[in-house]
Design a protein around this ligand. Structure first.
Ligand SMILES: NC(=O)c1ccc[n+]([C@@H]2O[C@H](COP(=O)([O-])OP(=O)(O)OC[C@H]3O[C@@H](n4cnc5c(N)ncnc54)[C@H](OP(=O)(O)O)[C@@H]3O)[C@@H](O)[C@H]2O)c1
Length: 216
């Protein structure tokens, strides 16, 4: 598959490298084509990897990952261009973390709205699927870094898109337990999990932390 990765941070690089390894053609996008970070990633990731602007990456992808800083995601996606995102699955892994007042960050949107929903509202013809935002980048593509079963969440308004993304999570990334939380308003819960994640990270001193949902 041709995949567009918007974002040159650790998440973009980790997802991009895994997808290249799996045989996909991946183009990484950033604010300006030819950024040092993106060029270094292309060299490391090898055949199947390319880079460009956000618009280049979105135009290339049949499926797009939003891996940009949450506070800037809407701007980055606008730069990617409505036409380049139209009709495509847009996997949103971002978190609306506001670091402007220091650590720990707060959520710039919560309770009655979410970044995932804001993205969907801004790009109504894209099929936004929220997932992977609740774990650190390395775990996204290698859940076995934590022994045993643990849980990934997914939400979105389009059932077929969620089915396709769940297949990718399970068959290509190796997730065993994926819970579909329903429509995209569930992105509020996925994003509001972040304060708990941050506390667990501070307490346990490792980013390799996740939850397993158990129920009666
Ligand atoms: N780090 C993790 O393990 C982790 C885990 C789960 C979820 N997340 C979420 O995943 C997203 C990516 O995280 P990250 O740590 O890989 O990278 P990041 O540093 O949060 O974001 C880097 C990307 O954001 C873009 N960006 C920054 N400011 C921008 C602006 N003003 N306008 C447009 N684009 C801008 C950068 O563009 P340039 O390429 O042009 O610099 C870059 O591509 C975040 O939303 C984060 O909360 C992260």
């Amino acid at each position: 598959m041709r995949i567009g990765i918007l974002g040159t941070g650790v998440v973009g690089k980790t997802l991009g490298s895994k997808l290249v390894k799996l045989g996909h053609e991946v183009r990484m996008g950033s604010r300006k084509a030819g950024s040092d970070k993106a060029k270094a990633w292309v060299r490391d990731a090898g055949i199947g990897a390319s880079e460009g602007s956000f618009a280049d990456a979105a135009g290339h992808g049949e499926m797009i990952f939003n891996c940009t800083a949450g506070m800037a995601s809407l701007d980055a996606l606008r730069a990617a261009g409505t036409k380049n995102l139209q009709g495509k699955i847009l996997i949103d892994v971002s978190n609306p973390l506001d670091f402007s007042k220091g650590m720990p960050p707060s959520l710039s949107v919560c309770n009655t709205d979410s970044l995932g929903e804001q993205i969907q509202k801004t790009f109504p013809e894209s099929k936004v699927v929220k997932t992977l935002n609740t774990v650190t980048a390395a775990l996204m593509v290698e859940p076995s870094l934590i022994p045993g079963s643990h849980t990934m969440f997914i939400s979105g308004n389009d059932g077929h898109s969620k089915t396709a993304v769940t297949r990718l999570l399970k068959e290509e990334f190796g997730w065993r337990e994926v819970i579909d939380l329903g429509d995209l308003s569930a992105a509020r819960a996925q994003e509001m999990y972040l304060p708990l994640w941050l506390r667990l990270y501070m307490k346990l001193q490792t980013a390799n932390v996740n939850v397993q949902v158990v129920h009666g």
